[in-house]
Design a binder for this molecule. Sequence first.
Ligand code: PMP
Length: 293
Amino acid sequence: MAAEEQVWIDGRLVNKGDAMVSVFDHGLLYGDGVFEGIRAYGGKVFEEQAHLDRFYESARSIRLDVPYAADELSRVMSDLLVTNGLNDAYIRLVATRGVGDLGLDPRKCPRASVFCIASTITLYPEELYEKGLDVVVASHCKNHPNATPPRVKSLNYLNSVLGKIEANDAGVLEAIMLNHLGHVAECTADNVFLVKNGVVSTPPAEAGILEGITRDVVMRLCRQEGIECRERNLVRHDLYVADECFLTGTAAEVIPVVKIDGRPIGAGTPGEVSRRLKQAFHAYARGERDLPR
Ligand code: PMP
């Protein structure tokens, strides 16, 4: 294992402290690029195919040619886990438009740059997975689907950063964002689920969300567990009158929400369905149960 954490940048391994990109990289100048946040459990990259598919699809949507094939990037990730001596890890795979001039025309950037970080992450304090999270509904709405498409995991996270600032200002850790129609979309970097009368609901792709890979796993777990799960549009009222609420994301995994805008959700403690799905998620992530596609 290397003495200092290694970062892979376009075929080279460099020490974390020396891992730099150019100030002329359009990823930095314009947020022009795409990325993935990926977990590894027990040394194995979790839902790797789904992450790679989404990575190339995001790149395709913004007409960015990733100069590496999926199997090369797969090898980069698994080698980096070994190099950094990591079993349970968080991997960040990033493709930027690359170095160009000071105009924003991507044609001036001859080659995309790709880098990969394998490290660890703790998004929320451990005890909140048991106690549940307080969140607020942000006043900033999600980007319009025909503006910066929320389905593209782009380097342009300012919309989410504005939501996060609202959460910070309200003294909570996360914010739920509505779309331009007033429908519930998602949190700043997590998808949102509600439970009402035993039925699980989550906003559809058309609500302007990132189609989360954890979200997909949870929907499949619902199916396997015989829990009804619907993709449907939700409004603020649905949030306030839900029996349970929980969030999903690669970094967040599955975390219950117990308060929205200061209002207790259900009994104000994590609900049974959320708890069951959280356990099922961890069992699947640890390879202790199968899950059909
Ligand atoms: N929505 C947004 C905006 C995100 O950035 C993320 C990823 N952190 C998610 C949802 C959850 O997606 P995934 O489960 O694939 O991590």
